[in-house]
Design a protein around this ligand. Sequence first.
Ligand code: SF4
Length: 490
Amino acid sequence: MPPDLDVREGPRDECGVFGIYAPGHDVSRLAYFALYALQHRGQESAGIAAADTGGYIITQRAMGLVNQVFKEHDLRALGGDLTIGHVRYSTTGSNEWENSQPVHRSAGAQGNRRELALAHNGNLINAVELHAALRAKGVSFTSTSDSEIIAAALSEHPAGTIEDAVAAVVPTLRGAFSTVVMTKDRVIAFRDAAGIRPLVLGQIGDRYCVASESCAFDIIGATYLRDVAPGEMVSLSESGLESRMVASGEREAFCVFEYIYFARPDSRMNGTVLQAARGRMGEILAREAPAPNADLVIPVPDSGIPAARGYARVSGLPQDDGLIKNRYVARTFIQPGQELRKHGLRLKFNPLPEIVGGQRLVVVDDSIVRGNTTRAIVQMLRDAGAAEVHMRISAPPLKNPCHYGVDMSTREEMVAHGRTTEEIAAHLGCDSLAYLSMAGVYEAVRGSSERHCDACFTGNYPLAGTDIANDKFALERSLPMAPAGTPAPA
Ligand code: SF4
């Protein structure tokens, strides 16, 4: 049966953030292009907040891609000396405009609150408790995003400076948060003590900027300086760059799936460019799981391409493109109808019978979540004449949900949940299936489990209290105005 095109397949990207303090530069335009480079991290909404030093913060955000949300006149209107920006996939809360970012909190009439805008990548695992505590103090909210909780806590905090407010609030937050905040005269960025989601620091001229990934710096001509350290806060202002540690006590737990899947291949993380790391994953996969009788290696484009190259290099097999991907496919809101639906994934992938016909194929992909897409690809390749289909995956089996900012389906929906590799292969309809080992992933990224999170593969959640963590809609359900139809807990 062809897959339902409405069904979410694959891990969903999370969010991307950017911030810059650079009077004399066209900062809104820089933010636009930085977000354009980070588009892969979130396609549901985009937003930019900007201010002239000492002026008002203007925020524009809307549902859609960066180039749909902002037009030339919008960037001119935003202007300013400092900006922050955000692209979003809804890891917390529904896909609603109210949950898009940056979140803007205005100053109180009695000067009892500070005006700020905030953008966040990650997920708080104590969002419900924090939300309840703030509501008990009379703080009101307009959204169901955990980002507004951080914004409200910082806006309401009585500390004399935003830096002191961040230092006081961060220890109350539990979970993953790579965050940028702006007031009228500075941009602050901070990262949770485990450093789960990425955040990097760059320089443009004598000014500074921060972003989720270094690819955002390449597009605007900024230089990558270093990662923002786990638990570190950096403050970008007229004084230049200041740094302070605001959180500690967690072991480092950088998301290993950033290397495998999420981040752009041209981004650098922990000193390695991801295209090279993914190539090494393919090489190690070829060593661990050879397919001696195969004729040809093909990738599942685009995500499987670097690993397929690595697999071909080590196995000595030729490599070609047996599946062509429609590069302009995004989420479609037009349903294909019955006639087209029977073609299933051909909206996204088209096999080439001239390449795959009669061949014993090694098909390399980076991950399998629910298996619907992989099953359809296997069938499509057989229909195109492939003699054998051997799936090779450059990551271990995904078996556990992520509570740190990535939407991955529930445990029960994952094809590897409760199945052996042989049973998964039978379910997918392929001739053989093999995954890269966890040790192989760490060899490829030149890291270790002591300094990374690999919970979606191993079940070892690095933060205490994660097992009872909120799911994506926990905050909405905890509110009296929870919209009807909010999904029940997984
Ligand atoms: S559970 Fe998986 S996706 Fe989530 S932070 Fe850990 S490694 Fe990354």
